[in-house]
Design a protein around this ligand. Structure first.
Ligand SMILES: [Zn+2]
Length: 258
C-alpha cells in the first residue's frame, strides 16, 4: 500500500470513526470516500464495517495508527450484528442512515482544526450510537443533518456534512439544551472502558439489550408517573433512556440489589 504524502492527509482525531477519517481524506484529494478506497484497492463498505484488512489499508494509506482506528470501529460480525471493542450491538443500536452531529463540536472543529476548513469537521463514535442523543461536552441535543442513504453517499461523513456547515452557527444556537443522562453515561462508559460500571447489574446485559431495556422501561415509567395527564408521545420518545435508567437506579437502591 502506498502511503499518501503527509501534506495530502488529514490526521485521525480523538474518537473519530474510520469512515469519517476515510471520508475527510477523500475530500482533501477531491474524491468521494468510495472512489478514494477503490483507487487504493479496498472498499469503503469494508471500512464502514470495520473489516480488519480494510482498516489496516486505510491506516497505512492515511498514516494513521491502526489500533486507534480499530478502537472506534463498529465491526460487523454477522448480519445486523456489530462489535465495538468488547460490546455487542445490533443494527438498531446504531444510527447509520441518519447523520447526527453536535453543531457546537463541528464549529469547534472548524475553528481549531488543521488543514482546509471543509475537511476539519469529523464524525465521533458516540454520534453513531442510537440511544445517545446528547453532546456531553456542550449539553445540547444531537442534530440530524442528513438522511441521505443513497448507496453512493451514505456514511461519507465529510461529503454529507458539507451542506450544513454554512448554517452551523444557527444550528448550534437552536439546538435544544439537554442533560447528559445516566443511560448515556453508562453506555458511553462501557464503550470507552470495558470494565466500566461492572458493579451495576445492567452491565451484565449485552450492550444492545441494556440500551433497549432502558428505552422500554423509561417509556413505561413516564406513562405511569404521568397518570393524571395524557403523556405526550414526543416527550416519551425523547426521554425514555434517561427516565428508564433513573428508574432502574432507584429500584436497585430501594431493593439493595448489587
Ligand atoms: Zn458538542
Amino acid at each position: 500500500m502506498t502511503q499518501l504524502p503527509i501534506q495530502m492527509t488529514v490526521a485521525l482525531a480523538n474518537d473519530e470513526t474510520p469512515a469519517s477519517l476515510c471520508s475527510r481524506n477523500a475530500l482533501l484529494v477531491g474524491r468521494t470516500a468510495r472512489d478514494f478506497c477503490r483507487d487504493a484497492g479496498f472498499t469503503f463498505q469494508n471500512v464502514v464495517d470495520g473489516t480488519p484488512s480494510a482498516l489496516e489499508a486505510l491506516a497505512d494509506r492515511c498514516r494513521a495508527n491502526v489500533d486507534l482506528l480499530a478502537a472506534t470501529a463498529a465491526v460487523k460480525v454477522a448480519e445486523r450484528r456489530y462489535m465495538i471493542g468488547e460490546q455487542i450491538l445490533v443494527r438498531e443500536s446504531l444510527s447509520r442512515k441518519t447523520l447526527r452531529v453536535c453543531p457546537r463540536c463541528l464549529s469547534q472543529d472548524i475553528e481549531s482544526g488543521r488543514g482546509p476548513e471543509r475537511t476539519r469537521p469529523y464524525g465521533r463514535l458516540l454520534w453513531q450510537i442510537e440511544p445517545i442523543r446528547t453532546c456531553r461536552e456542550h449539553g445540547i441535543a444531537l442534530v440530524a443533518v442528513s438522511n441521505d442513504d443513497h448507496p453512493h453517499r451514505v456514511h461519507d461523513f465529510a461529503m454529507l456534512v458539507q451542506s450544513s456547515l454554512s448554517d452551523i452557527h444557527r444550528l448550534a444556537s437552536e439546538a435544544p439544551r439537554r442533560r447528559w443522562s445516566p443511560l448515556e453515561d453508562h453506555l458511553a462508559g462501557r464503550l470507552k472502558n470495558p470494565g466500566y460500571g461492572e458493579a451495576l447489574w445492567l452491565s451484565t446485559l449485552p450492550f444492545y439489550a441494556a440500551a433497549k431495556a432502558c428505552e422500554i422501561l423509561g417509556a413505561v415509567a413516564a406513562a405511569v408517573s404521568a397518570s393524571s395527564r395524557t403523556p405526550s408521545p414526543m416527550r416519551i420518545g425523547m426521554r425514555p433512556g434517561r427516565s428508564g435508567m433513573t428508574s432502574l437506579q432507584r429500584e436497585r437502591q430501594a431493593s439493595g440489589a448489587c
